[in-house]
Design a binder for this molecule. Structure first.
Ligand code: TXD
Length: 319
């Protein structure tokens, strides 16, 4: 049986980490693509040499030619420019929109049957643009943000209650930006909602509010600490979880930037919602009940995404 093929567009910090994780998990053979010559080839060779030490079988190659992504089952896109300190995700818009055009066309011409996971920022606009440029079905193009944002939320909650991260399940809706909506009511420690744990005296509302705020600024906190570049370990791990859900038909419910057409009162936008991912790609958008505050929060997020899309359309009239 032929191995699955994973194409990684962008061989930077996240791309390299994705390749390493995909190889360790033996998800398939891996092609690292980048516009910079030498980098994907060099990383591919370096990572291939992990194989004998770590004991994985995966063919890892580097390329500057879109033809090499032909037949990919999964494509994860990190191509573009990362945030620098003081730069907002939205500042990246102009540069990364052009990158999405090139990537979308490359995918359409060479791997139109792939499940495509976009990671490039500003995420909710870039995943929409990538879908438009590639022309792939909406259920086969999805953005990674919610898995990462809820991982950050979960980490902070586990820390606060001093419990294993494995027992923590948190929930983040909305856009990947300062307007994201961490939903405390649907966040639990082994099934016990966080508000109940607060009532039990195990934390305070002020501390939970601070965690929500820190989650919203989770990316910026790391950007400021690193000095150059942005987070890449957890973003890569999150992208891989989504790829595995598709490749192994896991039917996982994950918060992703997915195409929403009707649900949550949203029409024709990519926005962060819980979705079911299986062999059919995004098989379903799960519409959960929201209280008024969360609804209002989601609306702010949706409006921010709409503004970004308008900005994209102004920059590229073909959209
Ligand atoms: O939650 C999320 N979605 C995110 C998103 C979390 C963290 C970082 N997020 C964004 O991912 C970040 O703002 C960036 O837009 C992407 C990629 O982050 P990474 O840290 O991997 O950036 P790098 O190291 O700068 O890598 C980007 C690579 C680099 O090697 C460039 O040469 C390449 O992209 N690049 C291209 N590849 C292919 N085609 C084109 N046109 C191209 N342009 C640049």
């Amino acid at each position: 049986m032929a191995r699955k093929k994973i194409a990684l567009i962008g061989a930077g910090n996240i791309g390299g980490t994705l390749a390493h994780l995909a190889a360790q998990k033996e998800l398939g053979d891996i092609v690292l693509f980048d516009v910079v010559e030498g980098v994907p080839q060099g990383k591919a060779l370096d990572l291939s040499q992990c194989g004998p030490v770590e004991g994985f079988d995966a063919k890892i190659t580097g390329s500057n030619d879109y033809k090499d992504i032909a037949g990919a089952d999964v494509i994860i896109v990190t191509a573009g420019v990362a945030r620098k300190p003081g730069m907002s995700r939205d500042d990246l818009l102009g540069i990364n929109l052009k990158v999405m055009k090139a990537v979308g066309e490359g995918i359409a011409a060479n791997a139109p049957n792939a499940f495509v996971i976009c990671i490039t920022n500003p995420l909710d606009a870039m995943v929409w643009a990538l879908r438009e440029f590639s022309g792939l079905p909406h259920n086969m193009v999805v953005g990674m943000a919610g898995v990462l944002d809820s991982a950050r939320f979960s980490h902070f909650i586990a820390d606060e209650f001093d419990v294993s991260v494995r027992d923590v399940n948190t929930f983040v809706l909305g856009g990947h930006g300062d307007t994201m909506v961490p939903v405390v009511r649907y966040s639990t420690v082994n099934g016990i909602p966080v508000p109940d744990l607060v009532k039990m005296g195990l934390s305070t509302q002020e501390k939970i509010d601070a965690i929500v705020k820190r989650t919203r600024g989770g990316g910026g906190e790391i950007v400021a600490l690193l000095g150059t570049g942005s987070a890449f370990y957890a973003p890569a791990a999150s992208g891989i979880a989504m790829a595995e859900a598709y490749l192994s038909n896991q039917k996982r419910i994950l918060p992703c930037a997915a195409y929403v057409d009707g649900q949550y009162g949203v029409d024709g936008l990519y926005v962060g919602v819980p979705v079911l991912i299986g062999a059919g790609g995004v098989e379903k958008v799960i519409e959960i009940e929201l209280d008024e505050a969360d609804k209002a929060g989601l609306q702010v997020s949706v409006d921010a995404v709409k503004e970004l899309l308008d900005a994209c359309k102004a920059l590229d009239p073909s959209l």
